[in-house]
Design a protein around this ligand. Structure first.
Ligand SMILES: Cc1cc2nc3c(=O)[nH]c(=O)nc-3n(C[C@H](O)[C@H](O)[C@H](O)COP(=O)(O)O)c2cc1C
Length: 202
């Protein structure tokens, strides 16, 4: 199959992209609004963007009805967010938090997870998440207009919390984290046995 992507309708572009770029890590992002109402939602358009300074990148799409998702509105309003990682035992709670709930709904309660006090931002983290990054907004880039347009959020990491059980010999124990990833459609991947490849010249 070959195609000029400009000839595809947007509803065909989405499954092509998310079915091809996978598995994607999941940022379970917690924020709060200016009144202190907490919000929690997952985003798999997510990666590391820089090490010095440490920056995480996630893209929040403009919804079909227009406007902004609550996460993006809160990040713009407060300049802060927390990225929580998602081990398999939290996958169902993470999925519950992705519904199109009204801004006044606190998805921590809905998903049945606790709030962990953050050290350097006001937004709480997910208590049960074994790893949390407290971030401040570096910049937000609008990649287009209207439904489906990405808003690339770059967040500088200010504080990292790693649970004791996920920290071994001075590094993150990825096996202990057992994080899930996002595939196309409704599918997720689980952490299977990893393998190593030595880089040329290393
Ligand atoms: C696993 C998973 C990954 C998702 N990834 C994204 C994403 O990368 N970008 C996006 O805009 N929405 C993504 N969504 C949908 C949002 O989570 C959903 O629109 C949510 O309602 C946004 O919540 P908010 O309005 O509280 O910010 C994803 C949903 C799931 C379940």
């Amino acid at each position: 199959m070959d195609c000029d992507i400009k000839t595809l309708p947007p509803e065909a572009v989405y499954p092509l992209l998310v079915g091809s770029v996978q598995p994607r890590p999941i940022a379970w992002v917690s924020t709060q609004d200016l009144l202190g109402v907490a919000n929690l939602a997952p985003f798999s358009f997510f990666t590391v963007a820089s090490v010095k300074p440490p920056v995480l990148a996630l893209s929040i799409l403009t919804p079909a009805g227009g406007g902004e998702k609550d996460t993006l509105a809160n990040i713009r309003a407060t300049g802060e967010f927390v990225v929580n990682v998602v081990p398999e035992h939290l996958a169902e709670a993470m999925n519950l938090s992705c519904g199109p709930y009204a801004p006044e709904v606190d998805e921590f309660d809905l998903a049945g997870v606790g709030k962990a006090r953050s050290r350097q931002v006001r937004a709480p983290g997910v208590e049960q998440a074994p790893l949390r990054f407290e971030c401040v907004l570096n910049q937000c880039l609008a990649l287009g207009d209207g439904a489906g347009a990405g808003n690339l959020v770059l967040g500088e990491v200010r504080h990292v919390h790693v649970a004791d059980e996920a920290w071994r010999d001075g590094r993150v124990a990825s096996k202990a984290l057992a994080l899930v990833g996002k595939l196309g459609g409704d599918e997720f991947s689980r952490a299977e046995a990893a393998f190593s490849l030595r880089r040329p010249g290393a």
